[in-house]
Design a protein around this ligand. Structure first.
Ligand SMILES: [Zn+2]
Length: 288
């Protein structure tokens, strides 16, 4: 006779959980099962409320009254992106050592930034239950949620591709800044209203590596003595095709020549492609 010695019950409703594989475990620091998402929500309803109230209290304390004009769809995308690839993750514990996570991700917004703060539980390094999520441009408010220890994120002064610790001469840094401004200005002139909106650009940064590693086409041009490569790749985001552009400058890193990305953007406008594909085409992917 096969006796099941240990039985598992839903932490909320106490229903017997017959198949643990199908149960909901949301907390590494408290690995107990729930029978359904509904029970998870019920179990944590007080804490959901507490985190909502905390935000209100902090806003009152810091006198922060914000109105953002970003549309709901964009905010929804931002929220999703924050869960998939946050800039920073902070891990904090309550007095009985249960873990809480604070996910932060920033997006450019008008002249400043808009940061999404998500308070959640994590299981197997992925967000498993969200208590609260909101947006702010206030540094005071953002800093109030950097709690415990930072388990993901760049150190002060580090920025994206500088991760590999390039030490570049000032002359090259100046050239990059000039090129970057030119690329941006050029785009403002030619970009159509119907194209992908600026506000969503950060959502497309995840494609930079793909485009660099496996471009569809590469163009080369010499500008002021520097070799500029423009490359693009057709990608898909939310099932929609778009062209992702990366403009990079060749620089020497020690004895090695590397391509430093200086500007990137997504577009669905074929006319814009014609404008950016400057110089000599040095690569075209064979179509199978
Ligand atoms: Zn239950």
């Amino acid at each position: 006779m096969n006796i099941s010695r240990y039985k598992t019950y839903c932490l909320e409703c106490k229903t017997l959980i017959s198949d643990i594989q199908k149960s909901f475990i949301i907390d590494n620091s408290r690995p107990q099962s729930f029978c359904s998402e509904k029970c998870v929500e019920k179990f944590y309803q007080n804490e959901i409320h507490d985190f909502q109230e905390q935000e209100k209290e902090l806003r009152r304390e810091f006198q922060i009254f914000e109105i953002h004009s970003v549309d709901e769809d964009t905010l929804r995308n931002y929220r999703q992106e924050s869960l998939l690839d946050p800039d920073e993750i902070w891990e904090d514990s309550n007095p009985i050592n249960e873990k809480y996570y604070y996910l932060l991700k920033s997006y450019p917004y008008e002249d400043s930034i808009l940061t999404n703060i998500t308070i959640c539980k994590m299981f197997n390094e992925k967000p498993s239950f969200i208590f609260h999520s909101f947006f702010t441009s206030s540094t005071d408010l953002i800093n109030s949620y950097k709690l415990g220890k930072k388990v993901k994120g760049l150190e002060e002064g580090e920025k994206g591709y500088q991760k590999e610790q390039f030490v570049l001469p000032q002359e090259i840094l100046d050239e990059i800044a000039v090129r970057k401004n030119e690329c941006f200005a050029q785009m403002l002139v030619h970009r159509k209203e119907t194209d992908i909106s600026f506000e969503t650009f950060p959502l497309y940064e995840q494609f930079i590596k793909k485009t660099l590693d496996d471009p569809d086409e590469i163009y080369e041009e010499i500008v002021d003595g520097y070799t500029i490569h423009t490359m693009f790749k057709t990608n898909f985001y939310e099932n929609k095709a778009f062209s992702h552009y990366v403009i990079g400058m060749k620089v020497m890193n020690g004895k090695e020549e590397v391509l430093l990305p200086i500007f990137s953007f997504p577009t669905i406008d074929e006319e814009l492609l014609a404008i950016y594909n400057q110089g000599k085409r040095i690569f075209k992917k064979a179509i199978n």
